[in-house]
Design a protein around this ligand. Structure first.
Ligand code: ATP
Length: 253
């Protein structure tokens, strides 16, 4: 198994509905330290709702969500903000500020959240991260001068600057060409090795799932019905919906 026995996220019997719409219906899930866990599930299956409960943006109806040893639903504002600093969220659209250079984009979370850093320390940190994502030459560029794949890399670098223990990647390969997708998948693997992060990768892209995931979890009818290695989940799939997920990805790619 990749990762350790230590759990950084523990979800138990989690339920969440919106009125009559039952979204999560008894979710159990663990994320181990140092592991890349892929979460699959069709649109509207509740992946974002799960992540929002994880970072305290939504509250579950019942069940528990323990993140880095903290019961998220019971945390006050201050403790929640502290926890969130330990969770890096890499957004689908990179979420860079268009009017700021790459350097300014990366400084922003640092200056806001880490006090007493000297200018030199800030620059060194930015340069280290840009090196890690393979874009040291982009430091003074504007986001509009970057390709989609480069923006993704800068977005990941910016998220990593606060040294989060957990990384959440939301559809990291969406909208990229197949070669750039492979680059981003490799980056996700490299980040785990380099920074010992534990990650949840939400994706519809099975190449990404296979490459980056130490473990796969498929959300179906509000529960993780299939969990395991890529082969266990897809080669041995009995549920037609899991099978069709696989067929769709590989027949259409
Ligand atoms: N705040 C909310 N109020 C009401 N309904 C909501 C709310 N948030 C999510 N939902 C509903 O919960 C369901 C699950 O939504 P969610 O965004 O988690 O799906 P998803 O699996 O992330 O989909 P996608 O792959 O398209 O991003 C959807 O039917 C959505 O409309």
């Amino acid at each position: 198994m990749v990762g350790t026995e230590e759990k950084v996220v523990e979800v138990r019997n989690l339920f969440k509905s919106f009125g009559d719409l039952k979204v999560l219906q008894g979710v159990d899930l663990d994320l181990h330290k140092g592991e890349n866990l892929v979460v699959l599930g069709k649109s509207g299956s509740g992946k974002s709702v799960l992540i929002k409960i994880m970072v305290g943006l939504l509250k579950q109806d019942s069940g528990s969500m323990i993140v880095l040893g903290e019961d998220v639903a019971s945390l006050g504002v201050k403790a929640l903000n502290k926890l969130r600093l330990n969770i890096g969220f890499s957004f689908q659209n990179s979420a860079l500020y268009d009017s700021m250079t790459v350097r300014e984009n990366m400084e922003f979370p640092l200056v806001r959240n880490v006090k007493n850093l000297t200018r030199k320390e800030i620059t060194m940190k930015i340069e280290e991260l840009l090196d890690s994502v393979g874009l040291p030459q982009s430091i003074d560029q504007m986001p509009s001068e970057l390709s989609g794949g480069q923006k993704k890399r800068i977005g990941v670098a910016r998220t990593l600057i606060l040294e989060p223990e957990i990384m959440l990647y939301d559809e990291p390969t969406a909208g990229l060409d197949p070669i750039t997708c492979i680059d981003i998948n490799n980056l996700i693997i490299q980040i785990r090795e380099q920074y010992n992060t534990s990650s949840i990768v939400i994706t519809h892209d099975l190449t990404c799932a296979k490459m980056t995931g130490d473990r796969q979890a498929v959300l179906l009818d509000g529960q993780f019905k299939a969990q395991g290695s890529f082969e266990e989940v897809f080669a041995g799939a009995e549920d037609q919906r899991v099978k069709s997920f696989y067929d769709y990805n590989f027949i259409n790619s």
